[in-house]
Design a protein around this ligand. Sequence first.
Ligand code: HEC
Length: 102
Amino acid sequence: MKRMIVVIAAFAVVALITVAAQAESKGGLLFGQKCAMCHAVNGKGGVVGPELTKVSAKLKEKDIKAKLENPKKSNPNSAMPSFKALPKADMDALLGYLKTLK
Ligand code: HEC
């Protein structure tokens, strides 16, 4: 019985890690599709916007979200498009990815 519990616990951990990795890679994928043409991470990507390699050391999650939803709020001349229309799941995945950049 005890062994059974250990086996089930091990499966649960593996499942959790898999879900977390998928969420992160979904965010990374979205970044590649929607942001990388303007922003670089670790030297890879566009130069229209600032490099975001350490964006989460500089900005809080809520500030990044505010920037994505309304770029012109913090900079009326911003060349960055709004991502307000992004589905919530995509926004969350993207923010999850950006949180790892610090
Ligand atoms: C068309 C080019 C373009 C695209 C696409 C774009 N951005 Fe930007 N972004 C900019 C520019 C230009 C700035 C700097 C001017 C400003 O603050 O608005 C900026 C600023 C930012 C900032 C503030 C950085 C800082 O150091 O203050 C964040 C965070 C950001 N972008 C995230 C993103 C994310 C995440 C995406 C994809 C969902 C994205 N951007 C897509 C052009 C872009």
